[in-house]
Ligand binder design. Structure first.
Ligand SMILES: NC(=O)c1ccc[n+]([C@@H]2O[C@H](COP(=O)([O-])OP(=O)(O)OC[C@H]3O[C@@H](n4cnc5c(N)ncnc54)[C@H](OP(=O)(O)O)[C@@H]3O)[C@@H](O)[C@H]2O)c1
Length: 304
């Protein structure tokens, strides 16, 4: 089997390089080699590679910057997935794509299921929802995973930001009225590999069959609680020697006290039971992954 991986250097793409490897020949491209904003070049590249499966982990993920660059966000998050899907509809291949919890407005009190109506409240969420819809319109065989609050040792994310601030400051204000679930990039990649293996074995998808799954860690936290856990785990792992910040010096503030260009949903917890049921999986707690990330960062600090 031949797989085309796009966005290989992002948080998820980096982990996918590992989890897709046992499936066959993986042809991977990063931003430098393949610009998703260039639709005709993207189309030519797909035809040249002629993959059985495309896994698209490339995206415009800068949520605030998307408010200032909506055209670019739409090109990468909406038009490009549509091009990939059209190509897979023509060839009969499978498209695996990632979307976001930010397609929801956050008004629901419980976890969002796949059947809940999306209603994005920022440009990023709108562009990702437009990408989903372009995939559905294409008629391609496709699996879309909506995920949330991604973190890992590679790339930029909230954990890295808090670790940096913990060295610079002895107190910090973090928003406490937005709730969601942190999701390790490694978990997303592992689940993608497992789902692909199961689809290739007994649970094949028919031509044009399209599925959407919510994929996140288990549990629910606010950004404030997440920040406290990060500082706590960093100290416990021995990464905290350079930290001025103590977990109890992270103050809880409302969203209104931390204005951002893009509005964020107050609740974006995802209900993963469809994914768990269809593939006999159980979404794990994200904390052991956070612990492991700290260990990796320590090894990096020591030059291993
Ligand atoms: N990060 C999150 O918290 C989060 C939450 C929910 C859903 N998701 C979704 O999960 C998926 C993976 O996200 P991630 O966290 O791995 O994102 P990421 O770390 O930001 O990686 C995205 C990758 O896409 C690349 N990219 C950006 N513009 C591109 C372009 N025009 N052409 C080609 N590549 C381009 C980036 O390259 P450069 O860095 O060089 O620009 C980067 O390597 C995305 O679909 C995202 O929307 C992420």
């Amino acid at each position: 089997m031949k797989l085309l991986l796009l966005g290989k250097d992002g948080q998820v793409g980096w982990q996918l390089q590992r989890s897709l490897a046992p499936h066959g020949e993986v042809v991977s491209f990063g931003h430098g080699e393949c610009d998703l904003a260039q639709s005709s070049e993207l189309r030519s590249l797909v035809r040249r590679v002629a993959p059985d499966v495309i896994v698209n982990a490339a995206a415009f993920t800068a949520v605030d910057r998307a408010e200032q660059e909506p055209e670019q966000a739409m090109l990468i998050n909406a038009i490009a997935p549509g091009v990939l899907a059209d190509e897979m509809a023509l060839s009969g291949g499978l498209l695996i794509h990632y979307s976001t919890d930010y397609v929801f407005d956050g008004q629901k009190s419980g976890a969002y299921a796949e059947g809940d109506d999306p209603n994005p409240i920022n440009v990023y969420g709108s562009s990702k929802l437009a990408g989903e819809r372009a995939i559905w319109r294409s008629g391609a065989k496709a699996v879309v995973f909506r995920t949330s609050w991604v973190f890992g040792a590679r790339g930029s994310n909230f954990v890295k930001t808090i670790l940096r601030l913990a060295q610079e400051r002895d107190s910090l204000d973090v928003v406490a009225d937005q709730f969601g679930v942190p999701t390790p990039a490694a978990l997303i990649a592992t689940v993608t590999g497992v789902v692909l293996a199961m689809l290739r074995q007994g649970r094949q998808m028919g031509a044009g069959e399209q599925r959407i799954y919510h994929l996140s860690g288990a549990g629910r936290v606010s950004w404030h609680e997440f920040a406290q856990e990060i500082v706590f785990f960093a100290k416990a792992a021995g990464l905290g020697s350079a930290q001025k910040l103590q977990p109890d010096m992270i103050r809880a503030i409302p969203s209104e006290a931390y204005p951002t260009l893009a509005a964020r949903p107050k609740n974006s917890r995802l209900d993963c039971s469809r994914l768990e049921r269809d593939f006999d999986l159980l979404m794990p707690d994200w904390r052991p992954y956070l612990q492991r990330m700290m260990q990796l960062l320590i090894l990096k600090q020591r030059g291993y």
